[in-house]
Design a protein around this ligand. Structure first.
Ligand code: 6R9
Length: 651
């Protein structure tokens, strides 16, 4: 049983959602979803308000998910135009550069003008409704402008995290046949330059990327880049003469807003598709309620717009709510481990939303870098991306927040659009590491391996039994894969791929992935993807990748590699294989540990027994009784396990 923390006094006293209010609203949302979500839709500006609310079937034979299907809107009107009168001079985006000397505030009026100008430029380049646009940018305001400009004209953006390699970018461009890429000359992180434009150039030499007609380049560093005549265009030159007004494209609520690629347990990354109406209702509602948003808040989510957290809680949610959203270009530990807290003081941040991996890394530097800052402006803290261990939670709560700020531990996924579970501030006691309660409309359940529900206290596979407006609608270009991935293992419910537990009080705790997905520093990566990238090397006969615990990253990648006959396993080869992963996927997917495996443990039907590999990898420097590795009776050759165990990497 987790230790309990009461709601901090300032929150218990103020006008938050109280436990009774939460229970009441939750009940309403479950008893009459039509009514509840019809009302919630009013938080958006509609061109034609929806008369239909929910049209859903989770039956694999007739799977469809539609919300507000006859509504017409443009999401940027909710994010920009409607604020002009009342919040025109309010800061929409507050930019903090990698270099602490760089900061800039952009008002709602200015952001509206920038989005309109760039949207006009895109239209002039021939981009229109339904076209796919890749965005491969550093964390600068233009990344948000680019997303919103796409939405303004009904184009579908596909943001690719700037840490991905040219190959990974090329694969994503090819999958959704993007027409245009928006990038920058270079990105800057921790004073190091990232050659984004050069990466785009390289990506566009790959087969499958011929759909790209134009590359738009933002000047960020002024570094020298090659510009291909006709194909490559400078952002500033394009927007210069554009009018600051742009008619928003009227869109159906179920038209796509964006594609975001994410890793699953099999095959190549999936293009998760979100549509406009339901997603916007979900992110604006959850953003307001989860963070107890007030008009004068300075809200900072430290994610990158290349991940879903950046989409939902840097751009769409906060802007729909007229909030001030801080965009941070840098990293938490540069120039030093005090940076996050210094930025909080400098901009008087009131709400900070970050990831356990950052908290753990900073915790390791001790309390000093935190204590030398004030942090008095902070009133609420958030966590997202992976399970937060109780030690990190307590440090975040006691040292960073000085016991004054509730922590909202928000559990959700790229697929869910926004938060599905969290302790809404003021509504519940806090338990370190627990996501506590479902958000309105969310019906979680725990199933055992046979698909039988576990009621009351217990743990198992986390599923959601009914739809919510922010749910993904399909895998871009592969609806069957959507059905197979999420609705087939347990027919009739959405399978999350996470494990969860419910305690005797009925409070929820997420335990982490139960499938072959590794969450490294909050970055999702499928083991199958790393394995196939490994096996692309001609010297590799076979590779199996598993996750193992890591003090800061949460989990890290451990690879078992069988070299081809006649290939000598050397340290040099080890380095080359890691470099190959960096090239094919990105640096964050490179294995931390690589063990040579003369053979992999296989069942008699030739399936790799990952459970055993996981155990060996987890063992690290501990000596364990081989019997604890579990049932090995189905192994074709049990002696393999002993050898792998004896030669395991000690960390
Ligand atoms: C938003 C985001 C999703 C996976 C998810 C789960 C893990 C995210 C969590 C959490 C425990 C939390 N996860 N938040 N686990 N507690 N508060 O991170 O999306 O990149 O798609 O990752 O991350 O395992 O399934 P995404």
């Amino acid at each position: 049983m987790s230790k309990e923390y009461p709601v901090p006094p300032a929150f218990a006293a103020a006008e938050q959602i109280k436990p009774d209010t939460y229970a009441g609203l939750y009940r309403e949302s479950i008893d009459d979803p039509e009514k509840f979500w019809a009302e919630a839709a009013r938080r958006l500006e509609w061109i034609k308000p929806p008369t239909q609310v929910k049209d859903v079937s989770f039956d694999p034979a007739d799977l469809h998910i539609r919300w507000y299907a006859d509504g017409v809107l443009n999401p940027t009107v909710s994010c920009l135009d409607r604020h002009l009168e009342t919040r025109g001079d309010k800061t929409a985006l507050l930019f903090e550069g990698d270099d602490p000397a760089i900061a800039r505030a952009i008002t709602y009026r200015e952001l509206h003008a920038q989005v309109c100008k760039f949207a006009n430029a895109l239209r002039q380049l021939g981009v229109g409704k339904g076209d796919r646009i890749a965005i491969y940018m550093p964390m600068i305001p233009e990344a948000c402008v680019a997303m919103l400009a796409c939405a303004r004209i009904g184009a579908i953006h596909s943001v690719v995290f700037g840490g991905f390699s040219p190959d990974a970018l090329a694969g994503r461009i090819a999958d959704s046949k993007c027409k245009l890429v928006i990038t920058a000359d270079e990105g800057v992180r921790a004073n190091r330059k990232i050659p984004l434009k050069a990466n785009v150039d390289e990506a566009l030499t790959r087969p499958g990327t011929e759909s790209i007609e134009t590359v738009v380049v933002v000047r960020r560093t002024g570094g020298a880049v090659a510009m291909l005549p006709l194909r490559d265009r400078w952002w500033d030159a394009l927007v210069e003469s554009q009018p600051a007004e742009c008619e928003p494209e009227p869109m159906n609520a179920e038209d796509p807003l964006f594609i975001l690629y994410t890793s699953g347990s099999t095959g190549k990354p999936k293009g998760v598709l979100h549509t406009i109406g339901g997603y916007m209702v979900w992110v604006s509602y959850t953003h307001e309620a989860t963070f107890d948003l007030r008009e004068d808040d300075v809200y900072w989510c430290t994610a990158d717009v290349g991940w879903v957290t950046g989409h939902s809680y840097i751009v769409y949610g906060p802007l729909a709510n007229g909030a001030t959203s801080l965009v941070f270009e840098g990293v938490p530990n540069w120039p030093d481990a005090s940076r996050l807290w210094q930025v909080c003081d400098k901009h008087q941040v009131t709400i900070l939303y970050t990831a356990p991996t950052a908290i753990r890394a900073l915790m390791r530097e001790g309390d000093g870098p935190v204590r030398k800052t004030s942090r008095k402006s902070l009133r609420l803290l958030g966590s997202v991306g992976e399970p937060i261990n109780p030690e990190a939670w307590e440090w975040y709560f006691n040292v960073v927040g000085e016991g004054r700020c509730p922590i909202v531990d928000t559990w959700w996924q790229t697929e869910t659009g926004g938060t599905l579970m969290c302790p809404l501030p003021g509504s519940t006691v806090l338990k370190p590491g627990c996501a506590m309660k479902p958000f309105f409309g969310i019906r979680p359940a725990i199933l055992d391996v046979d698909g039988q529900p576990i009621d009351g206290e217990g743990s198992g596979n986390l599923v959601i039994t009914d739809s919510w407006p922010g749910q993904m609608r399909t895998v871009y270009g592969d609806h069957q894969r959507f059905i197979d991935t999420y609705f087939t293992m347990y027919p009739g419910v959405y399978t999350t791929g996470d494990g969860a537990g419910r305690d005797a009080d009925g409070d929820w705790k997420i335990t982490g992935r139960v499938d072959d997905v590794i969450n490294v520093s909050g970055h999702r990566i499928g083991t199958a993807e790393i394995e196939s990238a490994m096996m692309a090397d001609v010297r590799v006969a076979e590779a199996a990748v598993v996750g193992c615990p890591h003090e800061i990253k949460g989990a890290t990648i451990y690879a078992f590699v069988t070299p081809k006959e006649g290939v000598v396993p050397t340290d040099a080869l080890r380095k080359e294989l890691a470099a190959g992963i960096r090239e094919r996927i990105g640096a964050f997917a490179a294995p931390e540990y690589l063990q040579w495996a003369p053979a992999l443990p296989k069942t008699r039907s030739a399936k790799t027994m990952r459970r055993i590999l996981r155990k060996i990898a987890e063992t690290g420097s501990n000596e364990v009784d081989l019997a604890t590795l579990g049932d090995t009776s189905t192994l074709a050759d049990p002696s393999v396990v002993k050898r792998l165990y004896d030669e395991r990497v000690r960390y």
